[in-house]
Design a protein around this ligand. Structure first.
Ligand SMILES: [Zn+2]
Length: 160
């Protein structure tokens, strides 16, 4: 996108806002997909699922998709292994539930994946607006498939 400054010099506009918008949109679809995946895997239900850290049964639409690793770094924001259905109470007191979260991920994915997820904390990778747009589309399609079929594909499953 080109614009002319008041000095008449052509400058490339920063794509920052566009990237932020695309990232947010990707996050919205991913979050919906995570919550429905976990309702289906933990309760075999389209609406209700178990909170990853306290095990309470919550409505997917009223719960969060909570990260194992805090923050919103590009490298792990949309990692399906590091984000799960979580009640708001647990998500807002993340520090207190880190141990529980880790135990669950150890069972679901094993120590290698847990170590990998922890390493992502330090990964400075940046995704472009185009990357986020592709991810938004990917998770939009995955979400719609889940909603239509109620079936979680093999590659997205974990042992509950
Ligand atoms: Zn909880």
């Amino acid at each position: 996108m080109m614009s002319v400054t008041r000095y008449g010099r052509k400058m490339r506009k920063t794509p920052k806002n566009e990237r932020a918008r695309a990232k947010d949109r990707a996050w919205q679809w991913f979050s919906k997909w995570v919550r429905l995946r976990d309702c289906l895997l933990t309760m075999r239900d389209m609406e209700f699922g178990k909170c990853v850290t306290c095990g309470r049964v919550v409505h997917g639409g009223e719960a969060d998709a909570g990260h194992f690793v805090a923050g919103r770094r590009d490298a792990y924001l949309l990692d399906p292994r590091g984000c799960h259905l979580q009640c708001k109470r647990c998500n807002q007191h993340m520090d207190g539930y880190f141990v529980e979260y880790e135990e669950v991920l150890m069972r679901r994915y094993g120590p290698a994946v847990v170590a990998e997820l922890k390493e992502l904390r330090h990964n400075p990778l940046k995704k472009s607006a185009e990357d986020w747009r592709e991810l938004a589309e990917l998770f939009r399609i995955k979400y719609n498939n889940l909603k239509e079929t109620g079936h979680v594909p093999m590659e997205d499953r974990y042992d509950v």
